[in-house]
Design a protein around this ligand. Structure first.
Ligand code: PLP
Length: 442
């Protein structure tokens, strides 16, 4: 009997013993094709990347860790300069932590400290969006809106105002263009700021491309430009959360590049060290750095393992690989191939209402009725069934219930490692098609 308090205690799970490129191998020798990059959009460079493994071994052999308040280290400095060299405009400093939740928490704490340091103590409020995920801690759950995960903690979460997501499939009115829809939902931010009191809001946080809650959901054109305008008008910081969608996954280094905007804070994690070490980063605007360092002198957050040398060494190797000539271009091409395969296999499928995403970050939204977009009843438990059926066919996938509002709706996410080949995505789509049909026909 296991002594672990597993995340899904009632699921009987194989024991993973080895990783090999796009595959995970269990202790009975079964091979599983990974269509969700380590089960969480993390293992972007596959499961046996020799250069990253060597970078970790070398660093551990030399100096594994020392607290960042007393020493800096070469991998820490090198990683920060790589991330800043091609960061969105204005972001000039990187602060490191261990998880996406901590990267988000760091951004929010820095926002608050900035306003304290600059004599604006009334700015205490944060605005987020429904159907969003920003982490599993109380802060992340509070600014995010993952209904099922929030439920037991609702009474102790920080109070946060949530506006509509940019979720075109369900939110756009008939007769409205994508751009008009984007403007309408972006303008909810202005209404929220005015409603709360313009001088009381410190930040707006959004995933550039939504990851898990409603499946990969890109914004419509112009949405984030309008959001940026509103934030600028009211002196509200824009935090773009690219923990999942950043660092190449959407076919550009940063997803916000495709929106034509630069945030004040950019959060990165998951693929940053390819899953070989836990690591996250918050990229910070120069004005925040200046206010804090020129004011009280130091940021009052941070963690024991912030800037862990071995994790940074892994990330340096991973980030050099991602930035190698042609790599991100390759993601874009394989992503386009994946998109067209999904269209071919599911475009006319009676139970697939929407196929959306960007790059190697795609989702299928399942519906009972394509005309009315009515979701399946949650009692069918489709997410878990699809996951189990796919696994029995040798495919690791991620299928969730709660797409529409956190309670109803089902979607399947396809976020394979960024090293996926055309043949890999062809196999993924073929097995997924058979899996979904088998589950729906059962
Ligand atoms: N932000 C986004 C957009 C995420 O997708 C996640 C995790 O899925 C997080 C934050 C939290 O990251 P972590 O689980 O590493 O704390």
């Amino acid at each position: 009997m296991s002594s672990v308090f597993h995340r899904v205690p009632k699921r009987s799970m194989p024991t993973a013993v080895r990783g090999e490129g796009m595959y995970i191998i269990d202790k009975d020798g079964n091979r599983y094709l990974d269509s969700y990059a380590g089960g969480a959009s993390v293992s972007n460079l596959g499961h046996s990347h020799l250069e990253i493994i060597k970078a970790i071994q070398d660093q551990v052999g030399q100096m594994a860790f020392f607290h960042g308040g007393m020493f800096t280290s070469e991998p820490l400095e090198e990683l920060a300069s790589i991330l800043i060299s091609d960061a969105p405009s204005g972001l000039t400093r990187a602060f490191f932590s261990n998880s996406g939740s901590e990267a988000v928490e760091t951004a929010l704490m820095m926002c608050r400290q900035y306003f304290m340091e600059t004599g604006q103590p009334n700015r205490t409020k944060v605005i987020g969006r429904r159907n969003s995920y920003h982490g599993a801690g109380l802060t992340g759950l509070g600014v995010g809106y993952s209904v099922a995960r929030r439920a037991p903690f609702e009474d102790i979460l920080p109070e946060v105002f949530h506006i509509s997501p940019c979720y075109e499939y369900r939110g756009r009115y008939e007769g409205e263009t994508s751009e008009q829809y984007g403007l309408r939902v972006a303008n909810e931010l202005e209404q929220a700021i005015l409603g709360l009191g313009a001088g009381t809001v410190m930040a707006f946080i959004a995933e550039t491309v939504v990851g898990t809650t409603s499946g990969p959901t890109p914004p419509v054109p112009g949405y984030f430009r309008r959001i940026r305008e509103i934030c600028d008008k009211y002196g509200v910081f824009l935090i773009m959360d690219e923990v999942l969608c950043g660092l190449g996954r959407t076919g550009s280094l940063h997803a916000c590049e495709q929106e034509g905007v630069a945030p004040d804070f950019l959060t990165l994690a998951k693929g940053i060290a390819g899953g070989y070490q836990p690591l996250a980063a918050t990229l910070i605007h120069q004005k925040v750095y200046d206010a804090i360092v020129g004011g009280s002198g130091s940021f009052k957050g941070g963690y024991t393992y912030s800037g862990h040398a071995t994790a940074c060494a892994a990330a340096v190797a991973a980030q050099k690989f991602i930035r190698a000539p042609g790599f991100i271009e390759g993601v874009k091409k394989t992503g386009a191939h994946l998109g067209s395969l999904l269209q071919k296999r599911f475009g006319q499928h009676s139970s697939v209402g929407d196929i959306r995403g960007r790059g190697l970050m795609m989702t299928l939204e399942l519906v009972e009725d394509r005309e009315t977009k009515a979701p399946f009843s949650p009692s069918r438990n489709l997410g878990a069934k699809i996951y189990e059926e796919a696994l029995s066919r040798g495919l690791i996938t991620y299928a969730l219930t709660g797409t529409v509002d956190g309670r109803v709706g089902d979607h399947v996410i396809i976020c394979p490692p960024l090293i996926a080949s055309d043949e890999d995505v062809e196999t993924i789509v073929a097995v997924l098609g058979d899996t979904i049909d088998a589950v729906l026909d059962a």
